[in-house]
Design a protein around this ligand. Sequence first.
Ligand SMILES: [Zn+2]
Length: 363
Amino acid sequence: MRCEKCGKERDVYELYSGEFVCVKCKKPITIKEFEITTENSEKFTLSEILFHEALQTLSRVDNSHQNAKLAHEKITKAVELCKQAALGGNPNALLRLAYYYETNHANVDNITAFKVACNYYERIWRNEFRGKTVSKSVYLRKIAARRHLDLLQNPPDQLRNGQNRSFDYDEKAGQMFSLGLLDEIPARRETSVPESDDSARITSLLNMSLHDGRTPLFGLMYVNGETFSDWANSRYRLGKKETSAIEYFTNRSELRLYLIHQNEMPCRITDKEFLQNNTIEPDDDYYLCFASSRNRRLVGYKKYLESEGMLPLAQLQRKASQTKNDYIFYPDDVLAFCNHWWESIPHATKDLVAHVLASVNKG
Ligand SMILES: [Zn+2]
């Protein structure tokens, strides 16, 4: 993508907030103008074709592991091209990108995906993306508004009860209505929320963090005591062997787990005896912190967090606990804070956490 600051084509880092920054100068990639050009529509068309091919592959009767893998590769490529087209100023691609996040095709955890999708939809219907007008088409804005409202019907559990007004259905619907994007405010569907399995969410996130690539690096997840105990005891199949989740994940050298109980200091989870030696109160609030060293480029970040006794994460937890928010960071988040070639990864990690703390303070 073209960085206006460097004046060159550059790779980008994608941050936890859904922003993109230039790999070289670390400045946000700005969209020069929203306009459908030959270049961005070619990318967008190709990405659409790949996505449809992937869906076809998935719907084949002979659904094999190989097909699934092929489809996954196509989707990854489709999302990548769509990002390029969106940042190249194609408003339709931006709408599609939001949809990829909404439907969990963007390869991030579900809370991040939900936040980013909401953010993109809102920028389209408000018709303002960092000072730029997104689209002349009212139709496109109406689609974005509708999808955004649909999404707000069912926020992830962690965002459901928080006081975070960014995800308030009635407030957003009112604003859309006053902008003339809705003929009437649709009643919020009385959906019976399916009992979400929080312990499965923890397992899936930790599993992702054990893979290479753009996978969760470190962060904290809100859990209540009961969910934590459920998760820790849940049976985990590994080939023929069966272990408890806590046994499986604490046995790994590339993953560190800590538990924070209310506002106490993080306590390292070292082995399966953890539950026997610690009392978990079912109704209390906890945060599960994780730090993965799977990504070899980020040498030293985990050591830094641990040398501080996970204090940076404890500080984030103090903020997060007011809204029961989660914070999940990816390798790109740390790399984007390496402002100079000599800046160390631990220092960048420190800057990242300080930055997030400061932005939480602002609200
Ligand atoms: Zn640049």
